[in-house]
Design a protein. Sequence first.
Lengths: 375, 482
Amino acid sequence: MKPTSELELAELIADAKTPLQIKGGGTRLMGLPDGNVLDTSGLCGITLYEPGALTLVAQAGTPIAEIETALAAENQRLAFEPADLRDVLGTSGTSTLGGVAASNASGPRRISAGACRDFMLGVRFVDGLGDVVKNGGRVMKNVTGYDLVKLMSGAHGTLGVLSEVSIKVLPSVEMQLCLRIKGLDPLRAVAAMSAALGSPFEVSGAAYDVNGAVSLRLEGFEASVRYRAAQLVGVLAEFGPIEALDDQDLCTQIWCDIRDARRFKNTQGDLWRISVKPSDAPDLLSVLNPSQAQLDWGGGLIWLTMPSGTDVRAKMTVAGHATLMRASADTFSTRARFHPEPAPITKLSADLRARFDPIALLNPGLMGACHEDRI
Amino acid sequence: MDMPSPDPIVLSRKAELVSRLLQVLPSDAVIEDEMETRAYECDALTAYKCPPLLAVLPRSTEEVSAILRICHEMNVPVVPRGSGTSLAGGALPTADCVILGVARMNDVLDTDYANRVIRVQTGRTNLSVSGAVEEDGFFYAPDPSSQLACAIAGNIAMNSGGAHCLKYGVTTNNLMGVTMVMMDGEVVEIGGAHLDSGGLDLLGVICGSEGQLGVVTEATLRILHKPEGARPVLVGFDSNEVAGACVSDIIKAGVLPVAIEFMDRRVIEVVENYAQAGYPLCEALLIIEVEGSEPEIDAQLKLIREIAERHNPVEFREARDSDEASRIWLGRKSAFGAMGQINDYMCLDGTIPVSSLPMVLRRINELSEEFGLDVGNVFHAGDGNMHPLILFDANKEGDLELCEAMGAEILKLCVEAGGCLTGEHGVGIEKRDLMHVQYAPADLNAQMAVKDVFDPKWLLNPAKVFPLDASDTRRALQVAAE
Ligand SMILES: Cc1cc2nc3c(=O)[nH]c(=O)nc-3n(C[C@H](O)[C@H](O)[C@H](O)COP(=O)(O)OP(=O)(O)OC[C@H]3O[C@@H](n4cnc5c(N)ncnc54)[C@H](O)[C@@H]3O)c2cc1C
């Protein structure tokens, strides 16, 4: 099924009797629950782009690449830098705006610019009854009624199928620079990233490879970037020698690799994405002792691989959540992709799904109760 | 303003309610005396007043939970209240409600610089959150003009913004977690010091829900290190259009000022009379502030000057020291007060796409002539959040109604221009009946479905946000369930 208009999408859902598997580009999720594939890529095209107002509106199936090209022509960009996970997940296809929005896909700049959800200004979607709903709009400040835009971001299509998304965009930068510190253990690495992020020098990326270096990104006008880099070198003196990289292509490469978790391409085991308080990351790493790990968001986002079938959540003694990103079909059939939540939250979420999708058509079982933890 | 008629059963059970509340609260936390409940009869939208049945002032999440459990059992509506500075009537009581004020819950629970978060009880005022971390060089970014008085509770409920939100975002972008008490007394933890939700983004929908989904008692907020410095410039233009075009060009050029504030001639004149800030008397004036180290500031201002000069400004004034900086801000900061000196005013809050600025300003002036009421415009231009101030005389028969009618026309204009009814003040009762202008029935149903889930009996702040005709079947269901 491949609707080419919102109206068609609405009719299709209104008529559906059996579960639908909603697919944007199909780049972000592996092993989706069964159902007739509802392909949104026919809902395509940028409907409005006002560079002077930093706003862009596009249909949900519009490829991210098309949006990025349009933005680049005006020297603007998606500041939340959504990851391209095709390599690491072994998926193919074209990432779409709807898929990015529905999964709240946010890259390294999450810690400074914000998440995808922070850049979403408005949505149009079709709920599980086939009703078309709009929320938010295309202006940067809007508190008119409840913020269903946030609710839809990260709902993975389970509350409605997005048909159109408005986003805030930002200017591209004149220059980026990457500072690197090698040879730190996780504890020191997180301390270094915290020191950088707690400074006034506007670090827009702070990541760490367990087998490699701490990387800190600075962006902006050249004079400002160089000034801040010099200041940071002072702030971080106690952490050892610091290398400054200003080759633009190299910097782009470094941060794309981090964003896309490329170091996990072709690695063995289950791939997890864990969100914790940054200072909890070192402890968690020593408990889990993963074969490979990368920290992003100053330590707040951990990517790691574990032997297939390991129950990472059972070993998490700290607050946060772990998402299973890549695993065998077997593992996916017994373990929920998303972190089970406390009972009252589970109930609220289930009740919301029951309201927005009463006959459980939209990616049923993807987020809600799966059979996992009963086994 | 239509409000549902008070529930006679609730009114008749006041004594029982008081005695049950006194079993879970100290006596100084329950206010039942009619003289004293008057203190809670309105918020900053003073045109509407109604004393509540009772007010309660809990000191802990446990007390809030105990109160809500009782009210839930007895079907008593509850209106949460922070500091009562809402401009939308969000904290306006009904005659049969309990006002639940969190003002006594104002502790800092944890400051964590390594993770750049602070945990507070929500009765704490916005400014005192920054106050708690200021000595260590940090601050909490959202800064509503009411920050001395307003509470984090109200900021979360209204998703409040501030002068610096162009760079730092509004409350929702700086809120990481909450402890919230549901109407039935259950305490839930949502989010925390980690980023983003593992499941549905409930935090995102709680922020901005105007006290209708639960009572928020604690919050984890993001804090940032203060910038090394900041400096404003003032730029005057001989037309609104040109000022609007200049804003757009600055944004496009890739400079991201922390604030771009706009004032029109009417406001400039009033402010000059009131505060003598030394503003040029021109058609439109921008105050643009940038941050960073001295050299960074110089570089940004150089670029801004270049852009502004392409638009033939009548004045470009850069603050050379902190004294001049505060003079530039003086007029802007006293604008509301200055307007208040000449008359009563109603402050609107619609947002429009920045590109429609000239058209909307022109239409507002036309409406001003049609209705015979004076309007001044002072607002956050960087994000299109307008604040037209309509002047009226509260003592003159019919003037308030005329002003409201004109306000409604302006807000409809904002929606037509591709914008919205409210950018930061919230819907409350003020814009409740205009929601149909922005949203179709299905849009409102989807929002009310969320309310149904969190508060099935519709007891929390029930007569706000949604037009009564849209919510009445849902509210009636609650009564029928008895
Ligand atoms: C002079 C002036 C200037 C202002 N400037 C700005 C500005 O620049 N930007 C801006 O955004 N706003 C501004 N405002 C509006 C107002 O200050 C904000 O809306 C503020 O966030 C309200 O906070 P409060 O604590 O006073 O909330 P209240 O007025 O007490 O309540 C506001 C809403 O929050 C709900 N609520 C209160 N406590 C809780 C709780 N614990 N749990 C759940 N819900 C709760 C209430 O039910 C109500 O709906 C201004 C107001 C004034 C008077």
